[in-house]
Design a protein around this ligand. Structure first.
Ligand code: SF4
Length: 677
């Protein structure tokens, strides 16, 4: 008998590359993946995470029924009972005392229903998501310079760049299939500049110029590059004249800057900074990407403003392969802003105010929508007595883990909706089991504004349900069912199209084609928009606005007691808090444990060898892990991946920037290091 397999086209759930793949389904179970050769991003290749992206579905730890905690133990419960309990506690929470956290792991349809639930049923904007910890610095920085915080070109057009500058982005590990575009560009003759405190695989494998920068000194470096460009007359005078404002102020400020001071702050020889500046400015088309190495600083907003200044100065906006692009970590990294599950934006990035609340009252046919902004992530955790967390795991992802545990343990009522019993779910009063990825279907919007469709391939385990379905059911129990009469993700998407102008022309039918559609897409015959800001920027007056940004030191600098700088980041084999990848045996086998990278000379001083167990201590906590002694990291700097809860990097982190970003200082913490004896 011939075995029959079904090949379901879909998109990888992990990083922002948005690679296509076929899932091989036999008898209702996924048994493998096959390359999707026609998919324009990955052309038939997937990284190890993508190739194994189905395995965690079958991990025995999947949540299959609602759970209610009684006397410290979870007991299985019916959906009816669990939702009644949640509804009762939410109804009792008055004003803004209930807070809601969502995640970039869930789809546009889930996120849209999430924010609608919070606004229509709870009448509050007290909601935020994990982008607070990744790219909350991106939006205010790019809105003030070019009017919008999105990638202005396409992933495909990166191949057309003549110079690529990767700032704080270890692209080969965090976005492996975008890294292939870098390789293609380099094969065409493009020059690659990598800025990072670590000599990462990206720096080692592709950089023509590697700027090994002192952590937290990015603003000084970019200012030094811009000073060189202006002094050598390499700026794009016509572009500056026709399309920008504020050049004179920037020029005046940079003229007072001393390159010797830039060299001292950054640790990079001035000649090397000048060489990088010439390489970037002389290329016909230059592309800048940045990631958490730039964003996750108390000065993240300033870092990104400086990068946007550099692109404006050299006319690198409004053409394919140019601009300044946030490389977001989650597959739905752009969508979870677009859908508005945020304290300050309704869907379509409409600012929270009375006018917007009225607009959505008309669109949704409801009264009393909230017009007062909510609070950012950490403030919600602290101030709300009732918390509802969908897909988030702050026990690993939020700064200062010891404090987060105390905060969560002090809540009157905590609901967690997830696919596994995460470190956060363990602290919950009620756990609601969710369907994942190809058990529900929907759409994701990746780094380059590309909306792609994820097809449902298999049924969820046990009684698990799609996130949107759980929220609709809860809304019905709470008496708001008429606003949540959705029977499919397509019905939700049809409402999204009405509320988010950028999505007007995108339909499920159109998304059947490989590669998706880039918004803005105003009508059904519009092909989508590959390049933004071609004639004008998204600012109110249409001009790009230079920002003068001065170097500011990090919030907590090393001293005698805590003499090392601690940074954390990602690796190729794991994703975010490891909830899915650490339950995937092939990925777990590749990298089962956390580790600490320490400079060879520092290690010698401390008597540490590779494989020794070391303890890292900050003012907030400590972690132990195995040492990896390397010359690829600077003296005085220590690195650790953040995926491993048993040695969670966030036991050490803590200080957080003020408004507008409220970004924790993830990439710069003063610590001490000792060998465990
Ligand atoms: Fe998935 Fe990213 Fe790997 Fe592509 S590069 S297969 S999207 S994890």
């Amino acid at each position: 008998m011939v075995e029959s397999f079904e090949y379901v086209p879909t998109v990888c759930p992990y990083c922002g590359c948005g690679c296509g793949m076929y899932l091989v389904v036999k008898d209702g179970r996924i048994v493998g993946t096959e390359p999707w050769k026609d998919h324009p991003v990955n052309e038939g290749k997937n990284c190890p995470k993508g190739r194994n992206a189905y395995a965690f579905l079958y991990n025995e730890g999947r949540l299959k029924t609602p759970l209610i905690k009684k006397n410290g133990d979870f007991k299985e419960a019916s959906w009816e009972k669990a939702l009644e309990l949640v509804a009762e506690r939410l109804k009792a929470a008055d004003g803004d005392s209930a807070g809601f956290i969502n995640s970039g792991k869930i789809f546009n349809e889930d996120l849209y229903v999430f924010q609608k639930f919070v606004r229509v049923v709870m009448k509050t904007n007290m909601m935020d998501n994990c982008s607070r910890f990744c790219h909350s610095t991106t939006v205010p920085a790019l809105v003030s310079t070019v009017g919008s915080g999105v990638m202005p070109t396409s992933l495909l057009s990166i191949e057309r760049a003549d110079c690529i500058m990767a700032a704080g982005s270890n692209t080969q590990e965090t976005h492996p299939l975008i890294f292939h575009k870098f390789i293609r560009a380099k094969q065409r003759g493009a020059k690659v500049i990598v800025i990072d405190p670590r000599r990462t695989v990206t720096a080692r494998n592709i950089a023509d110029i590697f700027l090994q920068i002192n952590p937290g000194s990015d603003v000084a470096l970019i200012n030094g590059m811009m000073k060189t460009i202006i002094e050598e007359g390499l700026e794009d005078k016509e572009f500056i004249e026709k399309r920008t404002r504020g050049f004179r102020e920037l020029k005046n400020y940079l003229s007072s800057l001393q390159m010797s001071e830039v060299e001292r702050i950054t640790g990079i020889p001035a000649d090397m900074i000048r060489e990088a500046a010439r390489t970037y400015a002389n290329a016909e088309t230059s592309f800048i990407c940045f990631n958490a190495g730039i964003t996750q600083h108390s000065t993240g907003v300033e870092n990104i403003k400086a990068l946007a200044d550099l692109a404006l100065l050299t006319g690198n906006y409004g053409k394919p392969g140019a601009g300044v692009s946030p490389f977001r970590g989650h597959g739905n990294g752009e969508g979870f802003g677009d859908m508005g599950p945020l304290p300050v934006f309704y869907p379509g990035f409409k600012p929270v105010n009375e006018e917007t609340a009225k607009l959505f009252e008309e669109l949704w046919g409801v009264k009393g929508l909230p017009s007062k902004p909510g609070m950012p992530y950490m403030d919600i955790l602290e101030k709300c007595s009732v918390l509802y967390i969908v897909g988030g795991n702050p026990m690993v992802s939020a700064p200062d883990t010891n404090r987060v545990r105390k905060i969560l343990e002090s809540k009157e009522f905590l609901v967690v909706q997830d696919i596994f019993l995460t470190e956060t779910a363990e602290l919950a009063d009620v756990i609601l089991p969710a369907a994942t990825w190809v058990e529900k279907g929907g759409t994701m919007t990746g780094i380059d504004r590309k909306v792609q469709r994820i097809n449902k391939a298999v049924e969820p385990p046990g009684e698990a349900k799609p996130d949107w379905q759980i929220l609709c059911d809860l809304a019905k129990v709470m008496g708001y069912g008429e606003y949540f009469n959705f029977n499919s993700t397509e019905e939700i998407f049809e409402e999204i199209r009405k509320c988010v102008p950028q999505y007007h022309g995108i339909t499920y039918e159109r998304l059947k084609k490989a590669g998706g559609i880039q918004w803005p897409c105003p009508s059904e015959d519009h092909p989508g928009t590959e390049t933004m800001f071609v004639e004008k920027f998204a600012t109110e007056d249409g001009f790009g606005h230079f920002q003068v940004v001065e170097y500011k030191p990090p919030l907590e600098v090393p001293d005698e007691d805590y003499p090392y700088v601690f940074m954390n980041g990602r690796t190729l084999f794991h994703f975010h808090t490891g909830t899915m990848t650490r339950r995937t045996s092939r990925l777990h086998n590749e990298q089962p444990d956390g580790f600490v990278e320490i400079n060879a000379e520092d290690a010698e001083k401390l008597g540490i060898r590779s494989g020794d167990r070391v303890v890292l201590r900050s003012r907030r906590g400590e972690v132990k892990a195995f040492a990896k002694v390397t010359k690829n990291i600077q003296q005085g700097v220590v690195f650790m991946p953040f995926h491993f809860s048993e040695c969670a990097a966030n036991f050490l982190t803590g200080p957080t920037a003020g408004p507008p970003s409220r970004m924790p200082e993830f990439k710069y913490t003063a610590i001490k290091v000792e060998k465990v004896v």
